[in-house]
Design a protein around this ligand. Structure first.
Ligand code: A3P
Length: 296
């Protein structure tokens, strides 16, 4: 069966107030009941915050920098996406996880309150990556243009307002970054920033290594930094999502490995849009002090 025959821009359905792709919402009970092994590792992000990059770093750290081992399969097979369910024949995240032995590297975009409680009961390690709001929004906009299973993004100005109102799939960016931030100490969550990874990838790879209680030589750290550069990953068929057929991810509209930069929002927001966004941001973020880089 051709992918084009069962792919469509699926509607979202709200689960406890969070808009999720209908297949996720319809399978919610099994997702919520998922019991991880204590050795499983969770990588959590708002969509487009640097998930794939972090998954590649972690897989390489777990394989002592062995590039070939980390080309054994595409990212979503090596590191399943917990909640994803598309119509058959695409395997769901739970299908893949049930066939794998722990320790597994499990990806999620669920906000903290929707993560299956087994992760915290079993004291699983968890890494969260946050990206500055405007770049995250721009990246998500391009993704929604090319990912034919996501709701239609519509014009950019309207998209900004949907983002501000938390109407995009997986809900509010503001609540997402805050939810994990307030839980990070109690649940031993390593909270990373995309901008820190861009500024000094070596420092962040070492931070992840220490969190995972791994010890990897300097030479191998250098190799991991090189193998996870934007350029290397864009050229790596096991990391650049070329595994997803083009009726689903149309990379001719926008490549999955699109730009990989900090500050690309400046090429997309008008000064007026930026001002309105910043005023709303102040309001939505006033109850926390998460050290995001300046938005200016
Ligand atoms: P852009 O659209 O800004 O280019 P996710 O993996 O969470 O879906 O995030 C995708 C975003 O991370 C895209 O951002 C993508 O280009 C960027 N990205 C992926 N790998 C990267 C890397 N090795 N270095 C920097 N950015 C990377």
């Amino acid at each position: 069966e051709k992918a084009s025959s069962y792919i469509t821009r699926f509607p979202v359905i709200h689960v406890r107030g969070i808009p999720l792709m209908c297949h996720i919402a319809n399978n919610w009970d099994s997702i919520w009941a998922f019991r991880p092994d204590p050795s499983d590792l969770l990588i959590a992000t708002y969509p487009k915050a640097g998930t794939t990059w972090t998954q590649e770093i972690i897989d390489l750290l777990l394989h002592n920098g062995d590039a070939e081992a980390c080309k054994r399969a595409p990212t979503p097979v090596r590191s399943p996406f917990l909640e994803i369910c598309s119509p058959p024949p695409i395997p769901s995240g739970l299908d893949l996880l049930n066939k794998m032995d722990p320790p597994r590297l499990i990806k999620t975009h669920l906000p903290f309150q929707l993560v299956p409680p087994g992760f915290w009961e079993n004291k699983c390690k968890a890494i969260y990556v946050a990206r500055n709001a405007k770049d995250n929004l721009v990246s998500y906009y391009y993704f929604d243009l090319m990912n034919k299973t996501q709701p239609e993004p519509g014009p950019f100005d309207g998209y900004i307002h949907k983002f501000m109102r938390g109407e995009l799939s997986w809900g509010s960016w503001y609540d997402h970054v805050k939810g994990y931030w307030v839980e990070r100490e109690k649940n031993n969550i390593l909270y990373l920033f995309y901008e820190d990874m861009k500024e000094n990838p070596r420092r962040e790879v070492e931070r992840i290594m220490r969190y995972l209680d791994l010890s990897v030589s300097d030479e191998i750290i250098n190799r991991i930094v090189e193998l996870t550069s934007f350029k290397s990953m864009k050229e790596n068929p096991m990391a650049n999502y070329s595994c997803v057929p083009s009726p689903v991810f149309d990379q001719s509209i926008s490549p999955f490995m699109r730009k990989g930069e900090v500050g690309d929002w400046k090429n997309h927001f008008t000064p007026e849009q930026s001002k309105e966004f910043d005023e709303d941001y102040e309001e939505q973020m006033k109850d926390v002090n998460i050290p995001f880089r300046s938005l200016i």
